[in-house]
Design a binder for this molecule. Structure first.
Ligand SMILES: Nc1nc2c(c(=O)[nH]1)N[C@H]1C(S)=C(S)[C@@H](COP(=O)(O)OP(=O)(O)OC[C@H]3O[C@@H](n4cnc5c(N)ncnc54)[C@H](O)[C@@H]3O)O[C@H]1N2
Ligand code: MOO
Length: 413
């Protein structure tokens, strides 16, 4: 009989593939400013303190805190002005007892000083200042190493580097950082496909749009994508293309040809490469034909050709595999609670991904399930702005139920 045998539950499919995918991508050094969005391949330890010296946190006067003891409104303390230090400069000499040095925010504290009295808390009397209250040690002072202390781990292996991480690395003088270079090969299968450049397509042919969805999703994870072109529905050609791609990439992704129809040669072709494990089909809707295998420790993900199903396959296989390879954790997606406007029925033992439109009415959020949810209807993702994920142990949700929706875009209203 043709057709899928038992569909593997998503969690089990992920476990099987990830456990077998032993291959690790290579690391390489990139200039720090170009590391944003990539995954750190090693822990980075601060070589120095930041700030590198005690510095003023406010504009005012550098003083010795002990000199201000007992100061009050009625009995101010008088300190002699002995100079000025600007940001980027350095005070020559040391601050003696009874002295004050005018100081700018960010300037190094003169030797002998241990506090800053902001302009607002002192009165300038020409040659001297009056201070009206006692100030504690390190008042308005950023201490050396207060931001980062030398020896501290500032970047953990597997962390996806953020814009502010680049700032921290730069402030420490770290010019290069070691990151994982994940190289993915993408093979589109399907004799009906033509590339976007060839649009409009001849009758019966389809533009290869899934290629661009998957490429964008991969690039969004900082992955280097080699596009290997369209391979026709031919088992031998597919096998050769996958085998060749495996030799020089960390992960091979194919699209199309994975259901049980006559031209669906991809799973058969990959099976001939003697994979350690192979999962054909998952208990997901949409996205049922998404499949994956591991060949010599390297993952081969066989995504559905249908764009929406391929996105589910990306989330189920590609993303977790890549995160595992680089030792990263998934960053939580934005989730909102919303009231369902219509009942949704889904099959038991299948994880369903229902596209919804979240709207705000009278200050409350509502989730409207979209009418057309076919796996080929990509526009539901652009028209909608959310995904309602219905777990395997539910057969849907009732109208009026509060549900959690994964937000994919802004909420109107
Ligand atoms: N007898 C059965 N038939 C089907 C089953 C089944 O269980 N039994 N499953 C159905 C489900 S569910 C899905 S989803 C589709 C998916 O099939 P494939 O992933 O193998 O995809 P293809 O057959 O290659 O193509 C499906 C569809 O998508 C278009 N396509 C393919 N590649 C691209 C691309 N790169 N860009 C844009 N569009 C693409 C293709 O032209 C087809 O229209 O199978 C059901 N059948
Ligand atoms: O699994 Mo298919 O993606 O439901 O249409």
């Amino acid at each position: 009989m043709k057709g899928f045998k038992a569909l593997t539950p998503i969690a089990e499919a992920q476990r099987v593939i990830i456990n077998a995918a032993a291959h690790k991508p290579a690391a390489g050094r990139v200039p720090t400013p170009q590391s944003v969005g990539l995954y750190a391949a090693e822990d980075v330890v601060a070589p120095v303190d930041v700030p590198p010296f005690d510095r003023a946190a406010f504009d005012g006067y550098a003083v010795r805190s002990a000199d201000t003891l007992g100061a009050s409104r009625t009995n101010p303390i008088t300190l002699k002005k002995t100079g000025k230090v600007v940001t980027g400069g350095e005070y020559q000499g040391a601050l003696g007892p009874g002295e004050a040095v005018e100081i700018a925010t960010g300037a190094p504290l003169p030797r002998g000083a241990d506090a800053v009295v902001p302009y607002e808390e002192a009165a300038d009397r020409g040659d001297y200042i009056e201070v009206y209250r006692p100030v504690p040690q390190y008042y308005y002072v950023s201490r050396r190493g207060e931001d980062v202390t030398a020896g501290e781990v500032v970047l953990k292996r597997g962390r996806r580097i953020k814009p502010w991480d680049v700032g921290v690395l730069a402030s420490l003088g770290i010019r290069e950082v070691s990151v994982y270079r994940v190289r993915a090969a993408l093979i589109s299968t399907g004799s009906e496909l033509v590339e976007l450049e060839e649009a409009p397509p001849p009758p019966g042919r389809i533009i290869n749009s899934t290629r661009h969805v998957i490429t964008a999703l991969l690039r969004d994870m900082g992955v280097e994508v080699s596009y290997m072109g369209i391979v026709p529905d031919d088992e031998e050609k597919i096998r050769n293309a996958v085998s060749k791609a495996l030799s020089s990439h960390d992960i091979v992704i194919t699209t199309g040809g994975v259901s049980v129809g006559e031209p669906d040669y991809v799973v058969k072709a990959v099976a001939r490469l003697k994979p350690e494990v192979l999962i054909h089909g998952i208990a997901a809707r949409p996205g049922r034909p998404n499949s994956a295998a591991v060949v010599n420790g390297k993952p081969v993900v066989m995504l559905s050709g249908f764009p929406v199903a391929s996105i589910v396959g990306f989330e189920v296989f590609v993303k977790p595999i890549i995160l595992h390879m680089v030792g990263a954790r998934e960053e939580p997606a934005p989730v909102v609670k919303a009231t369902l406007t219509r009942r949704v029925t889904t099959p038991i033992n299948v994880r369903s991904f229902v596209r919804v439109r979240v709207v705000r009415r009278d200050g409350r959020l509502y989730a409207e399930p979209l009418a057309v949810t076919g796996s080929g209807v990509l526009s539901t993702l652009t028209r909608g702005n959310g995904l309602l994920i219905i777990p395997e142990n539910r057969e849907g949700y009732d109208e009026g139920e509060e549900v959690e929706v994964l937000l994919l875009g802004p909420v109107e209203g």
